[in-house]
Design a protein around this ligand. Structure first.
Ligand code: ATP
Length: 290
């Protein structure tokens, strides 16, 4: 085998709560993660011995060097198995960058899976998860697909029932949000506001609604604790939410640390109309079905 091709899927958060902080500063989360059919293409090719690692990416906003999570993933795999890296990685981006859709994390996860196949490493799930977690909190989830509860710092994953049938419109405004900035802003907010003054999404009720496969009930319990702090700085996110609701979404929510917003629709025609109302030149937009 000379090359491996993988689709690297993005995600949205149906729920995101921060429940504490470890002494080392990592946030303890409870997140309901949902794979969405918006994907990057990853090709990992064998090079000649000693050719080193090279990476190309068609999106100039994304670093095509050792800062790229795909690159970092390859280095970690090679280090663990004592392999001299001689590969080229090529990334075709479709997932918007710095969007709250795990664009970098999923490329990193795809490279772990691709190298396992290309080099016939027979890695166990646990070995892959360990490398994934050292890359980032969302990466273990990105090794999988579907609907998962992620707890701890993202490493404790529980499979949940698939999202009930619905349409989703995903809209990314023309700016990015830094994930470290969003968590820092949340920390400052939580320090200033007493715990009983903050609105934590009820992740347990969201889980129960997913079990019942009732879209309206799922929508009613979706929530993201980062949304209030991020939208104070980026009010356009609220504008997108309103437009999605006005077009018939049963719920519109910011994903991850933003700025991407997704709307859940029970009526596919309304979803199509909502999709069309966002100007393609200004917004990144996707419509997916479940
Ligand atoms: P998350 O939802 O996991 O917080 P995100 O979607 O907000 O992630 P990314 O798309 O992963 O954010 O991008 C965050 C930063 O990571 C980018 O600004 C970019 O510089 C860097 N990055 C590193 N590797 C990649 C990659 N393969 N694709 C996109 N961004 C990458």
């Amino acid at each position: 085998m000379e090359e491996v091709f993988r689709k690297a899927y993005g995600k949205v958060n149906l729920g995101l709560d921060v429940v504490g902080r470890r002494p080392d500063g990592y946030h303890l989360v409870r997140m309901v993660m949902q794979t969405v059919d918006v994907s990057d293409d990853i090709v990992v090719r064998r090079g000649s011995a000693g050719s080193g690692l090279t990476l190309s990416c068609d999106n100039p906003e994304v670093p095509a060097d050792e800062r790229n999570l795909a690159w970092k993933a390859a280095v970690l795999v090679c280090r663990k198995y004592g392999i001299e890296p001689s590969f080229s990685i090529s990334i075709t981006k479709r997932i918007p960058a710095a969007a709250g859709m795990a664009g970098g994390s999923t490329d990193g996860a795809a490279v772990i899976l691709a190298l396992n196949e290309l080099l016939e490493l027979n890695m166990t799930e646990q070995e892959m998860d360990e490398i994934a977690l050292s890359l980032g909190a969302d990466v273990p989830f990105c090794l999988r697909q579907g609907t998962y509860l992620a707890e701890g710092i993202g490493e404790k994953l529980t499979k949940l029932p698939d999202l009930a049938p619905c349409s989703m419109v995903i809209v990314k405004p023309p700016f990015g949000v830094s994930t470290p900035w969003a968590y820092k802003a949340l920390d400052e907010y939580l320090e200033a506001v007493p715990e009983n003054g903050t609105v934590h999404p009820d992740i347990d009720l969201l889980r129960k609604a997913l079990d019942r496969k009732d879209v309206s009930d799922i929508a009613a319990h979706m929530g993201n604790i980062l949304e209030a702090v991020v939208t104070r700085e980026y009010p356009e996110i609220l504008d997108i939410k309103k437009r999605l609701i006005d077009k018939g979404a049963v719920k519109a929510l910011m994903s991850g640390s933003g700025p991407t917003v997704f709307g859940i629709f029970t009526d596919d025609k309304a979803a199509q109309e909502a999709f069309l109302c966002f100007e393609g030149g200004r917004y990144g937009k996707f419509k997916v079905e479940f």
